[in-house]
Write a protein that binds this ligand. Structure first.
Ligand code: APR
Length: 239
């Protein structure tokens, strides 16, 4: 592979698995004992808001007990060091994860396309607020005081955030890397085809082959805490 300039990296739940955060499709289709459609859709929220708020309160509390791992740290290092190695180059990290482990590891050029646990969205005044505590008691919105805060998470059937920025980064990419995602959920699962269309190199780093594996030029299998730092080391050493 010749030295790329602009790199777009997509991460999924597999990058946080070794930090102790469950992946979505590991446990027989159940997600922490819930069916995804019972907790991660706008319909579920309308039907049983307490169930959904309690579920996300639990997840929000849980991620604050976890720490970034070697894979998160390696990606932050790549973002820091890439402009030294390739002065006009860029690294854009797009994550489907709603934990804050990439941020805590130091990634700055980060697009959280499925939202984030540590944010609450007021459906009354359409403002977003940094949030670490529970939402089950319907706390007032800091901006308008309405008891209308919901998790700032993109549920199934909702449009992912910042898609225009993602497409702009993809249009410039000469290397697309997918890490720790099963390739089951669109639009992220389609990014590899987009990358192929514009002629970018494509690399998959995952524990097992993803659903879209055949689209990648290269697949490397293993735990993210090993294969991601190895790949970053290799890339930063490339002449
Ligand atoms: N290292 C690398 N990959 C791993 C590891 C690990 N330690 N552990 C698991 N994986 C891989 C699994 O093999 C699987 O392919 O990570 C992938 C996780 O897949 P999913 O659980 O489907 O998670 P993800 O692809 O991020 O889900 C996408 O679906 O439920 C929605 O919005 C939610 O963002 C999520 C989206």
């Amino acid at each position: 592979m010749s030295l790329p300039q602009n790199i777009v990296i997509l991460t999924g739940a597999g990058v946080s698995a070794e930090s102790g955060i469950d992946t979505f499709r590991g446990g027989g289709g159940l997600w922490e004992q819930h069916r995804v459609e019972d907790v991660a859709t706008p319909e579920a929220f309308a039907r049983d808001p307490d169930l959904v708020l309690r579920f996300y309160d639990m997840r929000r509390a849980a991620i604050q007990e976890k720490a970034p791992n070697a894979a998160h740290r390696a990606l932050a290092r790549l973002e820091r060091e890439w402009p030294i190695k390739v002065p006009d180059g860029s690294v854009t990290l797009v994550t489907q994860n709603v934990d804050d482990l990439h941020l805590r590891a130091g990634s700055e050029r980060l697009i959280a396309m499925h939202g984030q646990h540590l944010s609450a969205w007021c459906t009354a005044c359409d403002t977003r607020h940094a949030w670490t505590g529970p939402l089950i008691d319907r706390p007032p919105c800091p901006a308008c005081a309405a008891p209308a805060l919901r998790p700032d998470i993109v549920w199934f059937g909702e449009v992912p955030y910042r898609m225009d920025e993602i497409h702009a980064a993809m249009a410039q990419a000469d290397l697309f890397v997918s890490i720790g995602t099963s390739g089951a959920v669109y639009p992220a699962a389609g990014f590899v085809r987009l990358a192929r269309e514009i002629g970018a190199e494509t690399l998959e780093l995952n524990l097992e082959r993803s659903q879209g594996s055949a689209w990648f030029h290269e697949t490397r299998l293993g735990p993210a805490t090993q294969i991601v730092p190895d790949w970053v080391d290799e890339l930063l050493k490339t002449r």
